[in-house]
Design a binder for this molecule. Sequence first.
Ligand SMILES: [Ca+2]
Ligand SMILES: [Ca+2]
Length: 400
Amino acid sequence: MNTILARHSSRGAHSSNPSSTPRSATTLGVRLGLALLLSFGALAEVALHSPGLPPSRMDDQGRLVEDWGAVGIRLTGEGLATDQGVTVTEVKLDGHIPAAQARQRLGSIACALTAFRAPVWPSGLDVLTVAVEETSGHASACTIALDLPANVRVGAKTVLQGGRPILALPATPRVTERTRDWGYRDDAVSLPGWARPEGACDPAFRNIRAGLGGVPIEYRFNVVPGAAFNVVLGFCESHWAQSGQRPVVCRLEGAAPQEIDPIARWGQHQPGAVLFAAKDANGDGCLDLAVLPRAGAPDLNPILNVIWIFPDGPPPALDRVIAGQSTIQALRHVDVGGDKDQSLHSAGLIEYELALPPNGRQELVFLVACPGSSAPRPDQTGWTVETLRRAASEVWRDWR
Ligand SMILES: [Ca+2]
Ligand SMILES: [Ca+2]
């Protein structure tokens, strides 16, 4: 153990067992040391907080524990030792920001995880920095894998849990995962029961996905390369009552883009449908579709309610499609935002490969959702690591 405030914990191989303490002239010293270690053992978990905000913590394995679960890292590298004992300590950044630090060493590579709470309105954000350093004077490489709950999915720039972004990714990671036959592959969120369609219609109109923050809604379907289809998109706008508020642009592979304003076409709470002659135009065996906000629209959050994919040939009658009477002829029927909707990717391993020159250092910074907050998309937030740290520094300086 490095210090009495730290606790070295290699999983399963924990500190001294009192019954094995040698009884000798040094017993008192050993016992005192042991007592100090035991009494400070609780500090192996370090709380992360900011005045007025509920805390989260770093546990004795160096994992950041939040209201949604925990995030940790696994450090590996070819030819590197496997000792992953972690030392967790409480540190002060800039002299007064309370922070947690977990240090581990893998052969010649030293790794430090440092976390502090940034006082971002309204609920804060935890800032987790992973720094790796080559210490032997020889070029090396290592892999940092994220340890996350099984029920998350990887979006374009964030990791989401049930529609809540919990982690903003600093760079594009390597994601090893299973790809399904079809699914969404975006940073949009599912909003079950959001729409209130009037009249008899396919119940799939009620659940939607929404591209909050103006992100596109994107789906991919595996198809026979080059195949053509009649694709029908279903919409029902239940927020706006006037046209012009939330027009969207639909891009289906192989078809001309179409702008749709559901209120102008069908009215509030009225289920509607639009037909596209779509095709796997680039022959890659995938049919891609996206619903985007129309540039300059008052409401830039696109929505989508239903997708039907019908065979090529005579197009289906849209009134029957809306009523749910043609679904049996569909090759695929997606209740967008419903129970059976799915991500194209199943949860996978998120990894970063870092090359380290002799005595070189690399850093990855993750913005982590803390109790009550969501992680911002890195390209949609004005916050940087520097400004977050400055904000924390100011709060704690004034607090003191
Ligand atoms: Ca394609
Ligand atoms: Ca739906």
